[in-house]
Structure formats: C-alpha cells, structure tokens
Design a protein around this ligand. Structure first.
Ligand code: SF4
Ligand code: SF4
Length: 136
C-alpha cells in the first residue's frame, strides 16, 4: 500500500533555527558521528566527548546550553556551526517516522517547523531514503 505522502511533500528549511533551540531535547549521536564532528573541529574525539557530549543512560547526546540551544547552534547567524557534519538526527529532519505517521502528524510538525509545506517537492523515494538512513 502506498504511504499517504506518495505524491511527495514540500520542504525547504527557512533557517529559523527553531529545531536547534528552545525546549529541552536530545541530539542522539553515535561513535562515527562523534569522530566526524571531532575531525571537523580538528579535535581529538575523546576531548570532543568531554566538551560536547552527555551520557543519557547508555546513549549519548550533544549537550545543550542553559537556554535550551544546542551547543552547536550559532545564535548570531542562526545556523549550525558544524552543518556539513551534523548528526543524522538533524540531517533527516523533518522526515522522521513519528512526523510521517499520518497527515495530522505532518501538520503538527509543520506547526513548529515553517520549512514544512514550503519549497520544492521532495519525492516519496527521497523521503524513504531519509527514513531508512535514520534507522541505520
Ligand atoms: S524548524 Fe524547520 S525551518 Fe526552522 S531551522 Fe529547523 S528545519 Fe529549518
Ligand atoms: S547539531 Fe546543528 S543542526 Fe543539529 S541541533 Fe545542533 S545546531 Fe541544530
């Protein structure tokens, strides 16, 4: 059966920064992502972890600042300081399973992410690639 978004969905990030700031949350990261971010910043992975990573149970997340901003959010330029190596969780937004469950879930996501329903049409095949890459 075809998913409800079989005709694709429109999305273009407006750069508002809302998904990197505000309410507390987690940016889950794995070893490969830590190594990539550390290399991007020309840092040793262990030092990167000490500075930017927190343990939540057995999982690892980027730390956030007291105001809820991700530690890598550049408030002045409203952008990600490590954009080319941002974690998979960030790269695959907003095409997460939870946001694609139903048209209602998508509209709820759109209420918080102004890039949804804007810009070019992202075909279903591309959306599925985002979803698969998030599950790896
Ligand atoms: S909330 Fe949406 S539009 Fe705003 S920065 Fe995040 S992805 Fe882009
Ligand atoms: S890593 Fe970059 S894209 Fe991801 S939440 Fe932090 S600032 Fe936003």
């Amino acid at each position: 059966m075809l998913p409800w978004y079989h005709n694709g969905l429109h999305f273009q990030c407006t750069g508002c920064g809302d998904c990197c700031t505000g309410a507390p949350g987690y940016v889950w990261i794995n070893k490969a992502e830590i190594e990539a971010m550390a290399a991007h910043l020309k840092m040793d992975a262990a030092k990167f972890e000490r500075k930017y990573v927190r343990l939540v149970g057995i999982r690892k997340s980027l730390i956030e600042l007291a105001n809820g901003d991700c530690v890598f959010f550049d408030n002045q330029n409203r952008g990600c300081k490590i954009y080319p190596v941002r974690p998979r969780q960030c790269r695959t937004w907003p095409f997460w399973d939870s946001n694609l469950k139903s048209p209602e879930s998508w509209e709820e996501t759109a209420a918080h992410c102004p890039g949804c329903n804007q810009g070019p049409l992202i075909p279903r095949e591309e959306i599925e690639l985002f979803r698969q890459s998030r599950r790896v």
